[in-house]
Ligand binder design. Structure first.
Ligand code: DAH
Length: 337
């Protein structure tokens, strides 16, 4: 075939392949196909020596034109592609950002962190215990008599006769006293379980924070000071406290502590049921029988203990009206805190 015709054909072929190129890789392949040492253009050049002198000149001229135009078209395309790529990668600061959605700590964890840090300020460390407990740690060693109503199946989730879901964090008192020697000063936050109907005010699982201070000569005055310090830091410095005599098997004497309602300032509202007071915790001096059950000598050692719920203070402080919300994990609720 006449070389001029071949050149024309190659040109048309190149043009159509060129316009079909979509990516940088396509252009690089095209460049290799036409311009490499064994490429189409080079192979045409190799045919020149076979031609007559006249044909050589004109074929050489046309081939040079073809090569030049192929080179230019491809290198232009590659360059503009690289430029475009640069622009695409650069940041357009005028575009709106992609919003990042962060999770946040559950409100109960936040409240427990706050309680921990308040007690930490006055020298209480943190101890934890298991939610599945022995009857001994949960009841017997805490001086609950054999037939105490709290042991009843109606209140307690039993797993076996002697194993249960702990009904309070007081069991951690026993675990720590069995394990360590006085002086002991710790709080113990955690989940507890009771066989109760679920409604807006009560749930079958909730959280408590237990506190224990055991040493020589620990007094009720220190208990009062500790509880008062906590309440004023947690609820606000203006709250007043009221200690009411009460009963718990594991403390003697025992008290329940009310704070003045910080929502109405004590004048009476729906939340404090028009009494002006909110019940916050139970406390007392550790009963000698408890010390005996862990092998401490009640003649030498005294101590105070306290225990409070977490959900109720959290509900009061944050205006949460239904305890079930803590467990529903509705993102609209969780994100508010
Ligand atoms: N364990 C009690 C309860 O669950 C709360 C409590 C009361 C804990 C008095 C104490 C305490 O340590 O001294 O209701």
């Amino acid at each position: 075939m006449n070389i001029q015709v071949r050149i024309k054909e190659i040109r048309t072929e190149f043009d159509s392949e060129f316009s079909a190129c979509l990516s940088l890789e396509d252009f690089n392949n095209l460049q290799r196909k036409y311009l490499s040492r064994k490429g189409i253009v080079a192979s045409l050049f190799k045919e020149i020596p076979k031609l007559s002198a006249d044909e050589k000149r004109s074929a050489g001229k046309h081939l040079n034109v073809l090569r030049k135009s192929v080179e230019e078209k491809i290198s232009e395309a590659i360059q503009s592609f690289q430029k475009k790529k640069k622009i695409d990668l650069s940041m357009d600061v005028s575009l709106p950002g992609t919003p990042e959605i962060y999770g946040n700590k559950h409100i109960l964890s936040q409240v427990m962190d706050e309680i921990n840090s308040i007690f930490n300020e006055i020298g209480f460390s943190v101890e934890t215990g298991p939610e599945v407990e022995t009857d001994f740690n949960n009841f017997s060693s805490l001086n609950f008599p054999e037939n105490h109503p709290a042991r009843d199946m109606q209140d307690t989730f039993f797993i076996t006769k002697d194993v249960l879901l702990r009904t309070h964090t007081s069991s951690v008192q026993i675990r720590v006293m069995m394990d360590k020697e006085p002086p002991l000063r710790f709080i113990s936050p955690g989940r507890v379980y009771r066989n109760e109907a679920i409604n807006a005010r009560s749930h079958c699982m909730f959280h408590q924070v237990e506190g224990l201070y055991v040493d020589k000569n620990v007094t009720f005055a220190e208990l009062k000071g500790t509880v008062e310090y906590f309440c004023k830091r947690f609820f606000g410095k203006d709250v007043a406290l009221r200690f009411r005599p009460s009963f718990f098997p594991f403390t003697e004497p025992s008290a329940e502590v009310d704070i003045s309602c910080f929502l109405c300032g004590g004048s009476g509202c729906r939340v404090c049921k028009h009494t002006g007071w909110l019940e916050i915790l139970g406390c007392g001096m550790v009963d000698p029988n408890v010390f005996k059950s862990v092998g401490f000598d009640p003649e030498k050692i005294t101590g105070f203990a306290f225990g409070m719920g977490v959900e109720r203070p959290a509900m009061l402080k944050y205006g949460i009206t239904d305890i079930r919300m803590f467990w529903e994990n509705d993102i609209r609720f969780l994100h508010q805190f």
